[in-house]
Design a protein around this ligand. Structure first.
Ligand code: GGG
Length: 376
């Protein structure tokens, strides 16, 4: 279902570049959105957040940003954030908080190769559906300086609820269903590809209470659907299996083609999706969308890359693909497909790739090549 503008004709998108290369790649995404044939009109609203903002103003996520997203915007794009690795008093990750504030409970991360490149022999086409609101990321950590006499002991609470696990499970089956329908539309039978499957990623052989609840909650979504009375369930044609997170990593590296949709608790989802990015060339090409029931926020999977920030070297592809993913989730499939095709063409041609993909192009040159492919 299309998300329509809440005020006037243009769709209002909150743009939150945040830190580092987020400031360079988000404008590329905006330019592409504005230039895509068939895309709606956009009004971009600049919004503040990030560690640098915190250093200047004492907050990483001003109320004005949250209020504007909640009250004025039809969707949003987030760039990247550089949270420090040590505790900084008063600081808390703005992206983790934003996902909670807006109840963007699913982080949907497609990891897809490009046909016609050297990666054809190890074809990857999977989607990681990461739970976005709980697990260890509820940030309930404690430090007991004395411990039991052997020095400081740190503990963290890991929250897994049936509610959050069931709704992420449902989202994963919906993603699998949409992918299966796309394959059918493209004339690829699901049986031929051996796909149309949701893999539940967990570690319930060790964490039988928390991961056990995640596993059974996701499984129930599928099992209840199968038991539905009065005909086939919604998810007919999709299968389900499960994988312990450690062997998931092993199999992702050795036989990534066996996976279709992977659903994981927050921390495992974060880790396996960065790892899976290595299968398709670089973190610089992997996109994501943070999805709630009625609001979506595109976000490249990569971080703020302070080592290359401000040098016009960052790969804008993840951000541009995230803008397309945002369009897709807001119901504008045709312009989204045009952006995916333009990006694939630029990757296949290989002339305007940034250094992470062994090319020599600048951020701007790569963006311009995509803009040219879009409008040719
Ligand atoms: N766009 C994803 C991103 O910024 N990743 C870096 C990350 O995960 N940061 C977590 C944080 O700094 O709070």
């Amino acid at each position: 279902q299309k998300i329509m503008s809440s005020a006037g004709q243009a769709l209002k998108l909150g743009m939150i570049p945040a830190d580092g290369i987020g400031r360079e790649v988000l404008p590329c995404a905006a330019r592409v959105l504005q230039s895509t044939p068939g895309a709606p009109k956009f009004e971009f609203v600049h919004l503040d957040a990030g560690f640098e903002y915190f250093q200047k103003h004492g907050t990483a996520l001003p109320d004005a940003t949250i209020q504007s997203l909640k009250n004025d915007c039809d969707g949003a794009m987030f760039g990247s954030v550089s949270s420090p690795s040590h505790k900084v008093e008063g600081y808390s990750s703005p992206i983790v908080r934003l996902r909670k504030e807006l109840d963007l409970y699913a982080n949907i991360r497609p990891v897809i190769g490009v046909h016609g490149t050297k990666d054809d022999d190890k074809w990857v086409d999977l989607v990681i559906v990461r739970e976005n609101t709980e697990c260890l990321y509820i940030k309930k950590e404690q430090l007991d300086q004395k411990g039991s006499g052997n020095g400081p002991v740190a503990t963290a609470i890991r929250q897994i609820s049936q509610h959050a696990s069931s709704r992420i499970g449902k989202k994963a089956f919906e993603v699998a269903l949409a992918r299966q329908q796309m394959r059918v539309k493209a004339g690829i039978a699901a049986q031929e590809t051996g796909k149309a499957k949701v893999t539940v990623c967990h570690k319930s052989n060790v964490l039988s209470v928390t991961d056990g609840l995640f596993r059974t909650s996701v499984r129930s979504v599928f099992e209840d659907d199968q038991k539905s009375k009065g005909g086939p369930g919604r998810f007919e044609g999709i299968s389900m299996d499960e994988q312990l997170v450690d062997s998931m990593v092993y199999r992702l590296f050795r036989e990534p083609h066996v996976f279709d949709v992977v659903v994981a608790p927050n921390l495992y989802g974060d880790i396996i999706s960065d790892g899976a990015a290595a299968l398709v060339g670089s973190l610089g090409v992997v996109s994501s969308v943070n999805a709630g029931d009625n609001f979506f926020m595109g976000e490249p999977v990569h971080g703020s890359a302070p080592d290359i920030a401000g040098q016009n070297k960052a790969n804008p592809i993840a951000s541009i693909r995230s803008a397309a993913l945002l369009l897709e989730y807001m119901g504008y499939t045709d312009p989204a497909l045009k952006i995916y095709a333009a990006v694939d063409q630029v990757i296949r041609e290989g002339k305007y790739l940034t250094p992470d993909l062994h090319g020599k192009a600048t951020t701007t040159e790569c963006q311009d090549a995509i803009l040219k492919a879009l409008t040719n």
